[in-house]
Design a binder for this molecule. Structure first.
Ligand SMILES: NC(=O)c1ccc[n+]([C@@H]2O[C@H](COP(=O)([O-])OP(=O)(O)OC[C@H]3O[C@@H](n4cnc5c(N)ncnc54)[C@H](OP(=O)(O)O)[C@@H]3O)[C@@H](O)[C@H]2O)c1
Length: 259
């Protein structure tokens, strides 16, 4: 007699309880996990029972996040632009079930016609190759029910002058993850693309200028508000726990793409 094919929901390990959002017994690495969206992912995953490892450059910010989150959480300083540092991070975590990439690589404003190719390539290394390297290091430890989720952003569809490497890398990551979802199935690869979210990313902007920008942006978009990092981290957790979601791009941009 032909065997009934296993459904994605039945292929369950590691271990969950009956709650559809449980991460009980899973281990989760969050690169960029000391702040903003990544920090919220770490907090939610720890609450859902995962053992969470956060990585970012500043040890002080990592310690602060660990002491605020409190349980199921550990961390190590890592610079994703440095291959040796990334390798040490994954030696520290050991095999993980889920990887979340929420790194905000700092890049300058560059117009292609005005800039050195080498400066553009350096940006590309930070925005794209560092992620490829992290995925390569994590993949051997990720089992059949595991996942990788990367945060991109609305620049993927709405370019801004001076940020062409960001738009191009976000599109490249999207293509890469669609390919990896096939190449490394059943490990799942998804992307979450936020709109404007109130995180430390924007503290590079002067306080009054930032407040005015947030006000103007909120007025313009259908949600009439700036996003909270929890609105994005909950999508990332969904991508981790949903056994039937792979090769997807989830968007939460307050309707920015509509106007
Ligand atoms: N906030 C928004 O409006 C928005 C909109 C669209 C897309 N996004 C994307 O969302 C992701 C998360 O951003 P966020 O808003 O949560 O920013 P955030 O609060 O500034 O957090 C960024 C995290 O990345 C870490 N990081 C930066 N460079 C790193 C490096 N070289 N190596 C390791 N860690 C590094 C930071 O810690 P250290 O500085 O200590 O390393 C921090 O933990 C980014 O990819 C960003 O582009 C954000």
């Amino acid at each position: 007699m032909a065997r009934r094919p296993v459904t994605a929901g039945e292929r369950k390990s590691p271990p969950t309880d009956d709650h559809p959002f449980s991460l009980h017994g899973a281990s989760v690495a969050v690169l960029g996990g000391s702040s903003g969206i990544g920090r919220c992912v770490a907090e939610q995953a720890a609450r859902l029972g995962a053992r969470v490892f956060i990585g970012a450059r500043s040890a002080k910010k990592i310690d602060c996040a660990i002491s605020e989150i409190g349980q199921n959480i550990n961390g190590q300083s890592v610079d994703v632009a440095d291959a040796a540092s990334l390798r040490r991070f994954f030696e520290f975590t050991g095999p993980v079930d889920h990887l979340c990439w929420s790194v905000a690589a700092k890049t300058d404003h560059r117009r292609i016609a005005d800039d050195d190719l080498s400066a553009l390539k350096t940006d590309w290394d930070k925005l794209f190759w560092a992620l490829v390297e992290a995925v390569q290091l994590a993949l051997p430890g990720i089992g059949a029910t595991g996942s990788v989720t990367a945060v991109t952003g609305s620049l993927r569809l709405r370019p801004v002058a001076g940020k062409s490497m960001l738009t191009a890398s976000q599109q490249a990551i999207e293509g890469l993850f669609r390919a990896l979802a096939v190449e490394h199935a059943p490990v799942r690869f998804n992307i979450v693309a936020p709109g404007v979210i109130d995180t430390a990313l924007w503290t590079q902007m002067e306080k009054n200028e930032r407040a005015a920008f947030f006000r103007r942006h909120a007025e313009k978009i259908p949600a009439k508000a700036i996003g909270a990092p929890q609105s994005i981290s909950s999508l990332i957790i969904s991508a981790m726990v949903n056994p039937f979601m792979t090769g997807s791009v989830l968007t939460a941009d307050g309707g920015e793409a509509l106007v």
